[in-house]
Design a protein around this ligand. Structure first.
Ligand code: ATP
Ligand code: MG
Length: 418
């Protein structure tokens, strides 16, 4: 038997309700902040990601699904959403349009990772992008959107951690300090960290290896190296968050896995998700648009992992119950009643009532069993007598009471009781 590729997951009809809740909430909250949806291709030219995401990141180094298409061009399945949005923003000349540009996306993303709980090869993200605003208000806006989204999902044990990783100027001094700190230890650190040490020592702080983590715990903190402008920006972000009632903790160990961040970085972390506890991460990336090939436009945004969110929602008991049942099941006792049920169902559906009829040529008893199993709210039974009377015997499956209801009143009857 052919099986699903490693690291991928099917979402079955019985599970999709939880996804709908997350997606609907994402849309509702993003739209409340007047962010509009953007859709970009699932694959892009590989160069977009190597330039945009950064070629010292795990994503670009190890995790990309890259292949040559039939024309010999190197293309890559998107490993994240930001680079594509940045490309579209520049390509459509939106930098010269109305700013700030505010967009959200709900996408699948692809990374060649070692599959484990909360780490898939095809996964899904909800993300927001805000381009054109350099001030701390934009950071606070995006973080408060993320916070509102998680709260609206009902999550209570997801905590916001923020940090500032400064700008090019102050980070240069910090990199020196880090190199001095790590130099005597680097020999015993992992291969990734040894290469980070050369290319981007700050990323060592993001290493998940226990040994490296222990060494990194004593490393100098970026917060002690911020220049005056970066410090003022960070203070203002924190002040606005406090004013807005968004609780946070400053965590100097947050540096984020992507190269393009500057100044504010943040993560929402859940204790319930185990090792893969980061459900949402983001920050400011003022150099990204320039790197992708445009002019310099300040940017801030985040991405949330949908599968991890769902894991945390399950752990915190805020998944909605599966609801597979139709509002009304129309059971027919004989051939003419079945036909009437079929026609009536069409009528009800046009009025927005979900209903089902027998498609398996089952007996009435079995039809009832099916309606019960699937969780239908009402069963309308039709037989010879009902057809003569022009009324169905409608059973409310929740309390087993039943009533005669005229065919033409059936829709109203059900709508009123749903
Ligand atoms: P991690 O440190 O866990 O690898 P990351 O820094 O690679 O995360 P981002 O690129 O910031 O993650 O992606 C944003 C969010 O997308 C993550 O916080 C996580 O919830 C989710 N995510 C990232 N990679 C995966 C994956 N392979 N499977 C499922 N969800 C993922
Ligand atoms: Mg990762």
């Amino acid at each position: 038997m052919i099986q699903i590729p490693k690291g991928c997951k099917d979402v079955l009809p019985s599970q999709v309700y939880a996804w709908h809740k997350v997606e609907d909430t994402a849309r509702a909250v993003a739209e409340a902040y007047a962010f509009r949806e953007i859709r970009t291709p699932v694959f892009e030219h590989t160069e977009l990601f190597s330039r945009g995401v950064g070629d010292t990141t795990d994503i670009v180094n190890k995790e990309m699904y890259t292949f040559l298409d039939k024309g010999g061009r190197s293309v890559t399945l998107r490993p994240e959403g930001t680079a594509g949005v940045a490309r579209a923003f520049l390509e459509h000349g939106l930098a010269g349009g109305v700013l700030p540009f505010k967009a959200y996306y709900l996408i699948s993303a692809f990374r060649y990772e070692r599959p484990q709980a909360g780490r898939l090869r095809e996964f899904h993200q909800f993300g927001c992008e805000l381009y054109g605003a350099a001030g701390a208000a934009a950071d606070a806006e995006v973080i408060s959107l993320a916070d509102a989204f998680l709260r609206r999902l009902g999550l209570r044990e997801v905590a916001l951690r923020i940090n500032s990783i400064g700008c090019k100027t102050c980070r240069a001094r910090y990199h020196e300090a880090l190199k001095n700190y790590f130099a005597p230890h680097i020999g015993v650190m992992c291969a990734d960290c040894r290469s980070r040490f050369e290319k981007n020592p700050m990323r060592i702080i993001d290493c998940k290896e226990e040994g490296c983590k222990a060494i990194a715990a004593g490393a100098p903190r970026m917060l002690d190296y911020l220049c005056n402008d970066c410090r003022a920006h960070f203070e203002e972000v924190k002040r606005l968050l406090s004013e807005a009632g968004v609780s946070y903790a400053v965590d100097p160990s947050i540096v984020r896995g992507l190269d393009y961040y500057s100044r504010t970085v943040f993560e929402f972390v859940s204790a319930a998700a185990g090792a893969q506890g980061t459900v949402l991460g983001g920050g400011r990336y003022d150099t990204l648009l320039e790197q992708v090939g445009g002019k310099s436009v300040p940017a801030v945004g985040f991405a949330a992992g949908m599968e991890r969110l769902l894991m945390v929602m399950e752990a915190e008991n805020c998944l909605p119950p599966a609801d597979m049942g139709a509002a009304c099941y129309l059971a027919g006792m004989d051939a003419p009643s079945r036909e009437k049920a079929f026609l009536l169902a069409g009528e009800l559906r046009r009025q927005g009532i979900s209903c089902e009829v027998d498609l398996m040529e089952r007996s009435v008893k079995s039809q009832f069993k099916y309606a019960d199993k699937t969780g239908a709210k009402f069963v309308a039974v039709l037989g010879e007598r009902e057809l003569e009377e022009g009324a169905a015997e409608v059973k409310d499956m929740r309390n087993s009471s039943s009533e005669r209801v005229k065919f033409e009143e059936l829709a109203k009857y059900i709508q009123r009781r749903m």
